[in-house]
Design a protein around this ligand. Structure first.
Ligand code: SF4
Length: 376
């Protein structure tokens, strides 16, 4: 687990910082206005960021030890007084995603980012500022929530900015899909005209009652399916996500069949294991199921979708609890900063290929059947 925020050990700034986002650079002759020098020697910029072992110095902030991993190319948000640092971009990580809002019109039983009803539009403005600072060669970028489409035109503007600044970047947006039921909104989304943009939308059933129960919102299923169909009409790239938990896992083959029959135009389906954080932990008894117990259904569903010609991936599952026939569809999907392995994994012969566990799962709940695999 890699920490991404913390309180600084010291901040000796003459005046409050005039900007929030800083790109970390090696000491050099002159740092740009959005660049902070990282290291023990000052580089002439407006801010110096020192590691915990470097100690305090005038005009500098000192990172806590758990943020000493920061280096040149990373982008951080620093509070005006320099007392807090949040990592927004890790240059060496392939898993960078940007939270746009904590608001949502669903309230999923197992949500890893429990919704909060408050104005956090500063996150949208911050995302736009971040996008302008990213290198043009950025390979991938994800936008998450909450529900980003609640911003409506604000989200469309961010997608336009991102498309202009990062034309070669693979862009992934997570959404519950409901807003796409509005033809005008989906037309605006399509008009962004970014062929590298894909939206990931969850489905939790084949009819309203199960889906609406899981997302705790009446009418959500009908809107989500209408949104997916509207996106399809506009020839947009769609990923369907199915999170497997106590209520959805027994239905996984039916859900796969529903997708194959009714939504064959989607580009990709991700069959996902639970992240044991947020509401999933709060509702543990209502959502937890051991992945070993649904492995036969998961394998059947994945093979059904795969043979239909839809790109199918299995996310967040350990190889030792998966049917070997679908190992080739399993992806190392857990972001590096929250990825862990158990002591049992140390002697496992497929560890390099296995995605391991969420740190939260390693700590709070994971399959009883995790055991080293020997492949002769
Ligand atoms: S023992 Fe660990 S590394 Fe091996 S398959 Fe299971 S979770 Fe993966």
């Amino acid at each position: 687990m890699i920490a991404l925020r913390g309180r600084t050990l010291a901040a000796t700034l003459d005046v409050p910082l005039g900007r929030e986002l800083w790109r970390l650079v090696e000491p050099g002759p002159a740092a740009g206005p959005d660049e902070a020098v990282i290291g023990s020697s000052a580089g002439g910029g407006a801010l110096t960021v020192r590691r915990s072992t470097d100690g305090a110095a005038p005009g500098a902030i000192v990172l806590p030890p758990h943020l000493d991993h920061l280096g040149a190319g990373d982008i951080v948000a620093v509070s005006p007084t320099g007392s807090h640092v949040e990592v927004l971009w890790r240059a060496r990580s392939p898993h960078n995603s940007v939270l746009l809002t904590e608001r949502c019109d669903n309230y999923c039983l197992m949500c890893s980012q429990p919704p909060k009803e408050r104005d956090d539009s500063r996150l949208l403005r911050r995302a736009a500022a971040l996008v302008r600072m990213l290198p043009v060669g950025t390979a991938e970028l994800g936008f998450t929530g909450g529900e980003p489409t609640l911003y409506a035109d604000g989200l469309i503007a961010l997608l336009r900015t991102t498309t202009q600044c990062l034309p070669g970047t693979e862009l992934h947006l997570l959404s519950n899909g409901r807003r796409f039921a509005e033809p005008g909104f989906t037309a605006d989304y399509a008009a962004v005209g970014n062929p590298r943009l894909m939206v990931g939308i969850p489905i939790f059933g084949t009819e309203p009652s199960l889906h609406d129960y899981v997302v705790q919102a009446r009418g959500a299923f009908d809107e989500t399916i209408a949104g997916i169909l509207q996106l399809g009409r506009n020839r947009q790239r769609i990923e369907i996500r199915v999170v497997l938990q106590k209520h959805t896992a027994p239905m996984i083959v039916d859900i796969a069949d529903f997708i194959a029959r009714n939504l064959p135009f989607v580009e990709k389906v991700a069959l996902m294991g639970l992240e044991m954080t947020g509401l999933a932990r709060a509702n543990l008894a209502d959502v937890w199921i051991d992945p070993y117990d649904y492995r036969a259904g998961l394998a059947e569903a994945a093979r059904l979708l795969h043979h239909t010609g839809i790109r199918t991936h299995i996310y967040n599952h350990q190889l030792c609890v998966l049917d070997r026939r679908v190992w080739s569809l399993a992806v190392r999907s857990i972001s590096d900063w929250k990825n862990e392995y158990l002591p049992a994994c140390m002697s496992c012969s497929v560890r390099e290929a296995c995605g391991g566990l969420f740190a939260s799962s390693a700590r709070h709940r994971h399959s009883e059947h995790i055991a080293p695999v020997s492949v002769g």
